[in-house]
Design a protein around this ligand. Structure first.
Ligand SMILES: Cc1ncc(C[n+]2csc(CCOP(=O)(O)OP(=O)(O)O)c2C)c(N)n1
Length: 249
């Protein structure tokens, strides 16, 4: 099946702003589905609310555009009702780590067999660019006009706090690496979280002084490096895959 077959063309064009990173990640997911020849009848996509959350409606297969912060428990319900389905959660950092943060803790702890693709643009994009739990310290946003006073939530440490875990960090710039991360996450038997460093030019980037989506993407390219053989945790600006099949505590 071609990647185009996974897309609901009647819903195109998307609501995403020109140059938004979400479209890049969305397309890389469809490329990966084509690569592994995933039957549409054997998968489901669940999103929460936000710009990233709109993705569920753009897939031409059974999907749920759920409520804010609740993508994970809804995905868990689908998986428990039909364990044969490959359930992919596609949502934003505000949705998965902010309002849905408590669900993230427990779905990861219970090692529910889900693939999570988190569009981590470090902001609440849809609502205008407010500070999110993922916003880096010192970053100016709509609600932190002098720069965020807080360190961001460490998603990597949350997801890897269970002995058995899968955590990957990739970026909207490194698309072949992103595809590899998504592919391995889908193949992983258990909870797999792909943290995708992304950007929002209109409601976040412009406030930081970026003049174009290209400039923001280029910043990601400059800042983040792939570590193919990480020992221990990834550094703050490293991309890579951490997986551990250890069932013991
Ligand atoms: C219960 C509830 N609280 C708040 C909102 C408002 N709201 C809509 S989207 C959103 C933030 C989404 O941010 P994120 O998940 O990072 O997605 P993005 O838009 O950046 O892709 C918020 C707070 C809502 N819809 N429902």
């Amino acid at each position: 099946m071609r990647y185009k077959n996974y897309i609901k063309w009647s819903r195109m064009p998307t609501t995403w702003c020109p140059g938004c990173a979400i479209g890049i990640v969305f397309k890389q997911l469809t490329f990966t589905l084509e690569d592994i020849q995933m039957p549409k009848s054997e998968m489901s996509v669940v999103s929460g609310i936000g710009c990233s959350g709109r993705a569920a409606g753009y897939f031409d297969l059974d999907s749920v555009h759920s409520t804010h912060g609740r993508a994970l428990p809804i995905a868990e319900g689908i998986k428990r009702a039909n364990y044969k389905l490959n359930v992919i959660v596609f949502s934003g950092d505000g949705d998965l780590v902010g309002i849905g943060g408590n669900h993230l803790l427990h779905v990861a702890r219970r090692d529910v067999n889900l693939t999570v693709i988190c569009i981590n643009n470090e902001t609440y994009g849809m609502t205008g660019g407010q500070m999110a739990p993922t916003t880096k310290k010192g970053t100016k946003t709509l609600t932190s006009t002098h720069g965020s006073a807080y360190f961001p939530m460490n998603i990597q440490q949350i997801v890897t706090s269970t002995p058995k875990h899968f955590y990957a960090r990739s970026s909207a710039f490194r698309i072949s690496h992103l595809q590899k991360c998504i592919k391995e996450a889908i193949a992983w038997e258990g909870f797999a979280f792909v943290d995708v460093i992304s950007y929002c030019i209109e409601n976040f980037g412009r406030r930081m002084g970026f003049k174009s989506p290209f400039e923001m993407l280029d910043k990601i390219k400059q800042d983040y490096r792939i570590n193919y053989k990480p020992e221990g945790l990834l550094g703050d600006f490293e991309l890579g895959i951490l997986k551990n099949d250890d069932q013991k505590s």
